[in-house]
Design a protein around this ligand. Structure first.
Ligand code: GAL
Length: 423
């Protein structure tokens, strides 16, 4: 209660500010501009604190400021890819009844804990007000709907099963840079060639990037239907097909950089950009980071064996229960929902709009291909990015992956832990 009251007092002070004064605060870049009376603030919590992620956030802030010039943006971002640091900070704030005016959460099962704990509001009414029911694809609306209610607004769609490669490193290892590989086994042969040539075959980073690598190997080895079955219970974690896939995962991890556990995703990607590694497996936020080098110095294609499958996730924004500034929350959600907001945000972020009415010509070549693939591919949910499993199950799998990749467990123990993750 105390912190809520304190925020209320802080807001009363901020209402009296003008933009000129507000520009003295910590959010100068986002709020600089004309002299306008501030009526409310919008404190927004994300993990987009650096690089192309921050550029995407800034672009969305600009749209909010243009749509609602009297709202001051307050940036509550906590850095760390995939929310690796942010999610704990957010949990503490929510537990202390000190919510921001909106926070980032993935569409899908990641929202379940917030919903069960009564920490987010049903915002179906905003879908009607903002005309979102016609603007979003039905599959996405279905994924977002829980017992007839919707708790967040998606701002984008990302693809998780992508490889980013350095053609020069591949050529130097005697590989055709344009070659693609039909399955994980063929790809492992190529990785071994890179190793023999003295370069890092596949760069990977901290735990969540290893979980993403793991889900990609499972998806390629098992195929879309059996992969989805891992999440709805129709595929047994104890099956022989899963054991084979764990063996592939073990081989692939042995072909990655030794310093992976402390490495951020941009640093792992940079090993490919700098010609030290041949491949990096990462979601297509990498496209935002690579900008113009993509298509010339760096090539991209789906993880071998997963062509035609789009491993999907969507970033969305919530209305927390007890959010202190109703006007600020609404302004932020309106910007996130708007066509203008989604175009500006996604152009910088590498993702594609969740809305279907954006003009593909506004986006890069890579994004145009992602728009086409999202419309025609088989869509499956990402584990590492909150679409496939509850936060509880994801945490159990992430810890099983950590035990395995650090050598603390055998394949058999790994498989047993995975089989127990859903309970
Ligand atoms: C994902 C998020 C993306 C990107 C990525 C790396 O979880 O959905 O937007 O930010 O993490 O931080």
């Amino acid at each position: 209660m105390r912190s809520k009251l304190m925020r209320g007092l802080a807001l009363a002070g901020s209402i009296a500010l003008t933009m000129g004064l507000a520009a003295c605060g910590s959010d100068d870049d986002n709020n600089a501009g004309q002299q306008v009376s501030i009526t409310a603030e919008a404190e927004v919590f994300t993990w987009w604190a650096e690089g192309s992620e921050k550029a995407g956030l800034d672009a969305l802030v600009s749209v909010m400021r243009a749509q609602n010039p009297t709202i001051m943006f307050v940036n509550a971002a906590v850095s760390g890819g995939a929310g690796s640091n942010a999610k704990d900070v957010l949990a503490d704030r929510l537990a202390a009844y000190n919510p921001p005016d909106s926070f980032q959460a993935h569409a899908g099962l990641e929202l379940t804990d917030y919903i069960t704990n009564g920490q987010v509001r049903d915002i179906s009414f905003l879908y009607d007000e903002f005309g979102l029911r016609d603007a979003l694809p039905q599959d996405l609306l279905d994924l977002l709907t829980v017992n007839g209610k919707i708790y967040s607004i998606p701002v984008n769609v990302h693809r998780a099963n992508m490889l980013w490669t350095n053609p020069t490193v591949l050529k130097d290892a005697g590989l055709d840079p344009k070659a693609t590989y039909k399955n994980i086994t063929e790809w492992i042969k190529a990785l071994e060639k890179v190793k023999a040539a003295g370069k890092i075959p596949l760069s990977v980073g901290e735990n969540w990037t290893q979980v993403q690598l793991f889900e990609s190997v499972l998806l390629s080895d098992l195929g879309a239907e059996a992969y989805v079955g891992l999440w709805d219970g129709s595929t047994a974690w104890t099956s022989a097909a899963v054991t084979d896939s764990l063996e592939n995962f073990e081989k692939i991890v042995s072909l990655t950089n030794d310093d992976r556990d402390e490495m951020s995703w941009p640093a792992a990607l940079k090993l490919v950009q700098d010609g030290k590694a041949a491949f990096n497996l990462m979601g297509d936020w990498a496209a935002g980071e690579l900008e113009d080098s993509l298509g010339s110095e760096i090539l991209a294609y789906p993880v071998p064996g997963s062509d035609g499958v789009f491993n999907f996730l969507a970033d969305s924004f919530t209305l927390p229960v007890g959010a202190p500034n109703a006007e600020g929350s609404r302004a932020w959600l309106e910007a996130a929902a708007s066509l203008e907001g989604q175009v500006a945000f996604n152009r910088a972020k590498g993702s594609i709009p969740a809305r279907t009415d954006a003009d593909p010509a506004e986006f890069s070549e890579y994004q145009q291909s992602a728009i086409a693939d999202f419309a025609s591919d088989t869509i499956v949910p990402s584990l590492a990015h909150g679409a496939a499993a509850s936060p509880t199950q994801l945490a159990k799998i992430a810890s099983a992956v950590e035990d395995f990749t650090t050598g603390a467990t055998t394949i058999q123990q790994f498989q047993t832990a995975l089989a127990a993750s859903g309970s």
